[in-house]
Design a binder for this molecule. Sequence first.
Ligand code: ES4
Ligand code: ZN
Length: 370
Amino acid sequence: MKKLIARLPKAELHLHIEGSFEPELMFEIAGRNRVEIPFKSVEEIRAAYKFSNLQEFLDIYYQGMAVLREEQDYFDLTRAYLDRCKADNVTHVEIFFDPQGHTGRGVPFDVVAKGIIAGLEDGERRHGITWRLIMSFLRHLSEDDGFATLKEAEPWLERFAGVGLDSSEQGHPPAKFARLFRQCRAMGMLLCCHAGEEGPPEYVRQALEIGVDRIDHGNRAMEEPSLIREIARRNLTLTVCPLSNTALKVIARMADSPVRRMLEAGLSVTVNSDDPAYFGGYMNANFEAVAAGLALSKDDVVQLAKNSFTGSFLPEAEKLRWCAAVETARVGQTPLVLLRTDRKRRTHDNACYRHRGGPDRDLFSQARTQ
Ligand code: ES4
Ligand code: ZN
């Protein structure tokens, strides 16, 4: 199983770039920026990574990202993540960043965006990893703060595929951001929303009402048959994060992961690493943990790899190409798309995206108005 997981091409659809900040790099950057951190060693940092809920993690996560100051820091962070992707055969990434976690400390929006995008472009050049960047709003802040961030982001919007909503879920329902999301939609951005990680099924319902294109986590949707039916009807993808779920006690043990139930309900579920530096593993470790915990079959694992591409924001033709590549890799051959000569011909443009119209979106908007 481990070998199969390693050789399948996979897409990562739920990753916070600040959550890929490994203690070694954190130490290095804190040193060169002369930022004090309350830890004497990398081991001490790792030892502090014990969480009993989402908020305990978030407190440490915001503290960790606070050493990031310069464009080079954001570049190094992104570059290191893409090297890990290469090692795990992750060939396409759709990553979140939290601008308010930086601008709130006085780091200019441009510094953050420039560094991350340069890192993504560098990874595409070096490893052929394609990408989408998603600007995520912090839900513990106000909707007005979100509007101000959208304004700051204006010069960059062409380079972002969409927006997300993350941070402390309970007490901050999606409906708090309904106007902001409507505005983002009108500007041609795709919508993602963390919902049903710790928050109740009602928050997933609100995300559906907003008309999101993807639900991040979505675990607690499984408590409501009507939500399961609606998610299936809209063919929405749920980006589940197995090691995150156990680390944050969203589930007591891996055997309780919703991945199997989602597969059985015919939902498009994917496996993702969320904040891998904090939760103990990148893509392949997440696949291995959930496959072992749920005794998944090889067919299940292949389905999850295909879902990662079909649930992505890639054009339809690219999705089909990657699904074919998953089939090829499954039987132990190297997919053509991963051969160097072929990769050079792969020239779709990551830089420009305002998703206006297109068959998928027509479907979603029909679903919303029905
Ligand atoms: C997050 Cl696991 C998780 N949940 C909500 N917001 C987040 N931001 C970074 N990781
Ligand atoms: Zn997340």
